[in-house]
Ligand binder design. Structure first.
Ligand code: AMP
Ligand code: ZN
Length: 474
């Protein structure tokens, strides 16, 4: 088939046309969440843009198989193999078992994805399902001389590779910017960037989940899971591997080191990385705490799809700064867009000439390094076009296979609201005014209390650029 999807490949540092290993098929892998806490909306920016990439590939005709892991073991609080296990610290924080934590936050993650219209990958595999595969790969790496044991742990020996820093001509110092926490020195390592494949000795002796292995009872390192889970489900050649930019080093660098040493050949051709969502204080991260979640946005009156549209309006390779002001603008824009579409009469003959032109523009935008804001411009241009309502509706339904903004099915708050009496209306409007004044004074506790008071009466309010709207829950 014709290859036309182009995006920035971090491996070659150029925008390239994707040429899959097998014609017409794409083997795609996504690093899944570490399920010790809720996903924040930064994590979800990555998953939204990866979802758009997957749907673009399907839209242009590829048969995509997408695999995602769930990190439920082995990710320590530093990306450089040090600190406490993230899952264990989550379990302690909530007085639950590690498996309870994993189940709860895995479910919460997919619930957020559902709200954001992110398609569930074809295969989702928790790391704890694949311990035997990890052990096998580590055995082969030891046999081939790419790994060594020291102090009870098994390490990957990065000095055995001619080109460990595959992603970069940058200096090691620049790469280490991606490493989130302070790096403690591990005296067992032969080289500074060697990493743990299997732990039996850790200063955190109370690690909850442990398995028998040829090197003693222990648990896997973080990176090994993605190499093994992708090989298990996608075979020896993978086309596209995705993640946030913080995954480039050390996680993806280490995945390549292990996989290619194990396989003895090139593994994955295209690496797609999404830049970070930042807040005013910098990168949004789970370890910082106080982060924003989809549920929190909903509590503040925002439709999760407004956040999806916010992400689509900006290019995935640029950092994106979150602010409620911009989200308010987006909320108004989304409501207006939905209203305009709802008003389109379902009349007329399908205008094939206009449809072909718009299809081409839409797919060109997405195939040009995933230019999602241009794809949205095509939607707006289509609404202004001279053609009939039926053609517009048909095209919008098609474009929504990729954009997933519920363009034809979303309802505006005004449409869903039942009739209300004048007295109630006056009361709510007064409360909204009080709340607005409280917010202006930065008295968020008072603003929240007013929202709560209204909620008690079954009234849900929603902040949009056009002001606060409200509805009575039925
Ligand atoms: P984690 O659950 O920490 O393993 O992260 C899940 C995904 O979110 C990974 O692909 C990360 O690279 C990505 N990620 C983490 N923080 C951010 C952020 N602030 N903005 C965008 N993506 C992020
Ligand atoms: Zn991974």
């Amino acid at each position: 088939m014709e290859n036309k999807v182009r995006f920035y490949n971090t491996l070659t540092r150029t925008v390239e046309t994707v040429i899959p290993h097998e014609d017409g098929k794409i083997a795609m892998y996504t690093c899944g969440p570490t399920v010790y806490h809720f996903a924040h909306i930064g994590n979800l920016r990555s998953y939204i843009m990866e979802d758009v990439l997957e749907k673009t590939l399907r839209y242009v005709g590829y048969d995509v198989k997408r695999v995602m892991n769930i990190t439920d073991v082995g990710h320590l609080s530093s990306d450089a193999d040090t600190g406490e296990d993230k899952m264990l610290s989550g379990a302690k924080r909530e007085h639950k078992t590690v498996m309870e934590i994993a189940k709860f936050y895995t479910d919460a993650f997919f619930e957020d994805c559902r709200k954001l219209n992110i398609r569930t990958p074809d295969v989702v595999e928790p790391a704890t399902n694949c311990i035997q595969e990890f052990i096998h790969m580590i055995e082969v790496l030891l046999e081939k001389g790419y790994a060594y044991t020291a102090g009870g742990n098994v390490y990957f020996d990065t000095s055995k590779l001619d080109d460990y820093y595959v992603f970069s001509s940058q200096s090691e110092k620049e790469l280490l910017v991606g490493v989130r926490d302070d790096v403690e020195e591990d005296v067992n390592k032969r080289n500074k960037n060697d990493f743990v494949l299997w732990f039996t000795k850790s200063k955190f002796e109370d690690q909850a989940l442990k398995w028998e292995s040829p090197w003693g009872t222990g648990y896997p390192g973080w990176h090994i899971e993605c190499s093994c889970i992708s090989l298990k489900h996608l075979g020896e050649y993978m086309d596209i591997h995705c993640g946030g930019v913080d995954n480039i080093f050390p996680h993806h660098t280490n995945e390549i080191a292990q996989s290619e040493s194990y396989l003895g050949h090139r593994w994955c051709g295209y690496w797609f990385h999404v830049n970070h969502l930042n807040d005013k204080s910098g990168k949004m991260s789970k370890s910082k705490g106080g982060f924003l979640t989809v549920s929190l946005l909903q509590e503040n009156g925002y439709d999760p799809l407004v956040y999806r549209m916010f992400c689509l309006q900006s290019h995935y390779r640029k950092p994106l700064e979150f602010s409620y002001e911009v989200l308010d603008n987006m909320s108004a824009a989304y409501a207006k867009l939905i209203r305009r579409i709802a008003e389109l009469p379902d009349e007329g003959e399908m205008d094939e000439t206009a449809a072909a032109a718009y299809r081409a523009r839409f797919s060109d935008a997405l195939c040009s390094d995933l230019n999602t804001s241009m794809a949205l411009t095509v939607v707006y241009d289509l609404l202004k076009e001279e053609t009939n309502g039926r053609t517009k509706r048909a095209l919008l339904a098609e474009f929504d296979q990729v954009l997933s903004l519920n363009l034809l099915t979303a309802q505006t708050a005004a449409e869903t609201a039942p009739a209300v009496d004048a007295e109630l209306e006056a009361y709510v409007e007064e409360k909204i005014k009080e709340r607005k004044a409280a917010k202006k004074e930065k008295d968020f506790a008072k603003a929240d209390a007013i929202r709560e008071e209204l909620a008690q009466k079954g009234i849900v309010i929603k902040d949009t650029r056009e002001g606060t709207v409200w509805e009575v829950q039925g």
